[in-house]
Design a protein around this ligand. Sequence first.
Ligand SMILES: Cc1cc2nc3c(=O)[nH]c(=O)nc-3n(C[C@H](O)[C@H](O)[C@H](O)COP(=O)(O)OP(=O)(O)OC[C@H]3O[C@@H](n4cnc5c(N)ncnc54)[C@H](O)[C@@H]3O)c2cc1C
Length: 642
Amino acid sequence: MDQKQSFTDVLIVGAGAAGTMAAACAAAYGLNARIIDKRPQKLAAGHGDGLHARMMEILDTFGLADAVLQHGNEFTMTHSWVQGSDGRVTRQAASSRTWEPPSPFTSVGLTQAKMAHILLDYVRQHSDIEVERGLMTESISVQQGSEYPVRVTVRNISTNGGMASFTADNDIRVDNDEELLATTGRPGVQDEIIKARYVVACDGAHSWIRRNLQIPMIGDDMDVIWGVMDIHPLTDFPSARTNSIIQGRGTGLMWIARERGMIRVYTVVGSAKSNEHGKFIQSSVTPDTILAAAQKMLHPYTLTYKKCEWWAAYRVGQRVATHNTHESDRIFLAGDAVHTHSPQAGQGLNVSMADTYNLLWKINLVVKGLAKPDLLETYHSERLVLGQQLVDFDRQWAAIISGNEPPKPPPGIKTFRVTWESIITHKFVPLIHGLQVIYPPSSITLSSPDTIEAASSVMDQGKLPSGITVGMRMPSYQVRKHADAAIEYLGKSFRSDGRFRFVVFAGDVSDSAHLERLRALAKWIRTLMEQYSLPGCQADSTFDNILVHTTSSLTVDLLDLPDIFHPFHPELGYNYDKVFYDEDITNRFGHRIGSAYEKYGVDRHKGRLALLRPDGYVAHQGGLEEFDPVEKYFKGFLIPRK
Ligand SMILES: Cc1cc2nc3c(=O)[nH]c(=O)nc-3n(C[C@H](O)[C@H](O)[C@H](O)COP(=O)(O)OP(=O)(O)OC[C@H]3O[C@@H](n4cnc5c(N)ncnc54)[C@H](O)[C@@H]3O)c2cc1C
């Protein structure tokens, strides 16, 4: 047998939503990583189709939000419809931008395939990581004590053109491994042993790695079979270019207005239990079955199509894995490998990508020797509970959308209560948009049970807490750039570069007392930067510093401010992108912008120091002269430079 052996710091298995985000992070941080996928070809169409506000914010920190907006369709309106006893649908509520979350972004409809292309283009531009397609895992084991303890054997199955039998418009069969193997490659040819420090299993709902590690999934299947299709509609439905939710009796339909004039329709096509025609079989579903079910739900309006880009039928399994981390602390599961749920709330893509966005910065710091391996334990404590909450939310959401009563939540799981009324009044908006995430107190998040309690009670009302909340993502408000007075969202400067970020609200820096306070703070930050910089790297390799003051840029010169806020590059000169000021102004469209201090809840005289984790979540906030908690924080999990 022809077997080669190779080594990598991080092996990502699966190039779906979670895997491509993991690869983008690895590229951004300069990690030594590989990504493999059993599919010999990249995804062509279909699957997940919506990115929500938090994910758009994250993509913006990679500089990718514009590309998504260019190719996608921004969701601006959602209409709610109800089917009457005469079978006719009537519109109950139409929301104009009311699903708009407190974020610079709202949701964008875009096929997962295009999303993956955008991320993988980024990966190619920033690293030499390429998806290695047609590589399927065959065995996995851990040898503790070794430098590269995880040993994964992979088989190359891309050696013939058998995949051509999997058409792009319904590629669901590709998840059937036996069929995949029967139509591709010769068994055993070009097997490879990959030895890795860490493995990130992003291998989807039927995760081979999860099954091999014997990590159980808890939950069950929904009774209904859903059909989904991406079509160019020929229709007189009045809400054709907005999203719609139609509730029927024991059934439902979701209509998503997509890019290029396309729509996605999800509709119930049958019950998975026996009915009067015998057991409904998922594989008997065709595009015609889905269209017929949709036509019935849209009465008296009509729907046909000539062009279908993708379709699928599925029975939803609502399950969560008992663990997302293997006992060796070397293998992590992410995305659908940990939580499966219905696609109707559009969470699959978003939560899966958010999993690896949470994990990769931690792996990066550990692999580079800057953080203690304990840091990785927080992946379990932060992400698994979110998976559980997501599945519970989905049970309610999917039941309501399919015209049924929502089930009661399992004891001990705190989730938002979904009702048809809450859908119409948009109370779930922060949750849908991924903005409600609040990480529990831990070595990397100095939140307190009181903060969490207070924030949760606000979020129960469908709102987000105002200001900065430790444990939540740092909100993004408009400020002006000191160097050129350009109006920008502050969140744009929270780049995904693997660094912690001090956001300093310094007040009026033309006031000598405020300026002195800022200088003392900057001096202290400088010592931290030196203490924790990466071996062989610049002093700013671990920390980035952003300043927001309240003084007009004409009063104070940028270069008179501490140099950590305008680092100098020998070839590129000064960096002018880190200092902002808050000004309450009205823009040329008559919109009031600014007042960032007010929105962040920061006192203009006292100022505030916010410490952000590399994923943009607030780790701590405190006074500008309170150094102790921050020093203790870093001592807790970082390893100082010798
Ligand atoms: C048919 C279908 C329709 C869907 N429709 C929607 C939708 O309409 N809306 C929505 O929000 N979500 C939808 N989803 C869900 C959404 O796509 C997922 O939630 C999301 O993609 C999960 O990301 P992931 O990276 O965890 O898994 P996936 O995106 O499924 O990626 C897993 C990857 O791992 C690879 N892989 C699997 N096993 C191995 C192995 N042994 N070795 C190497 N590679 C392997 C697979 O080829 C695949 O590329 C759909 C999913 C499917 C399968």
